[in-house]
Design a binder for this molecule. Sequence first.
Ligand code: ZN
Ligand code: ZN
Length: 224
Amino acid sequence: MRSVLFFAGRWLTIAGGAIVAAGSLMPWAELPILGVSIPVSGLFGLGSVTCALGLAVSVLCYRGYRLRLLYLLIAGAVLWIAAQKTMSVKIETRSMLLSMEMQLYPINQALAQLGAPPVSVTDTSKKGSDLVGVGLWLMPIGSGLILAGCLTSLFCRPLSFRSLPFEFVGFLACRHCATLVSGEMLVCPKCGRGISDKRPCPKCFQVVEGNHRFCFRCGETMHP
Ligand SMILES: [Zn+2]
Ligand SMILES: [Zn+2]
């Protein structure tokens, strides 16, 4: 069960980072100009930052770094950037399109005097949310997966209220006395109590998973 949580949490975080990076390359704004929708990739702006942050989360987590606090801070930063950018696309891009139409006003006045129909470059009937590209919608999904992955992997280890703050930051801590420990330790070096589901083989002393029925090194039967 715990190894499933660890596996799931790790891959949720990796996938979240990849979605953030991919979403940064995808359109953040859709400009309706001359009847077609022109996608503008996030990479031309803050997307380069969120792309790097998303890749950093994926690569660091894939390589096994337990930097939960960093991953959560990055998820928060990506969410904040995406929220700001969504607002600015809705408001500023729309006002930019309107000002482009305003610049055509003298031309259209001249055309009207000649009896010709007015020209229009942009489609000002579009709502603000129509201008937001698919990449920006992916940002909260990616950040949410990073968050879900961090929380899932947190519960792959036995926790207590004392060890939770250390575990949350990314350290391994004894759940009895909150001493920092390392992954291969079976017993806490400070309080002497068990801190792992793993156990040594009685014959060759190879440390095996708690649910293994045979020692993978010498084949000895592991009694539960
Ligand atoms: Zn301890
Ligand atoms: Zn053995």
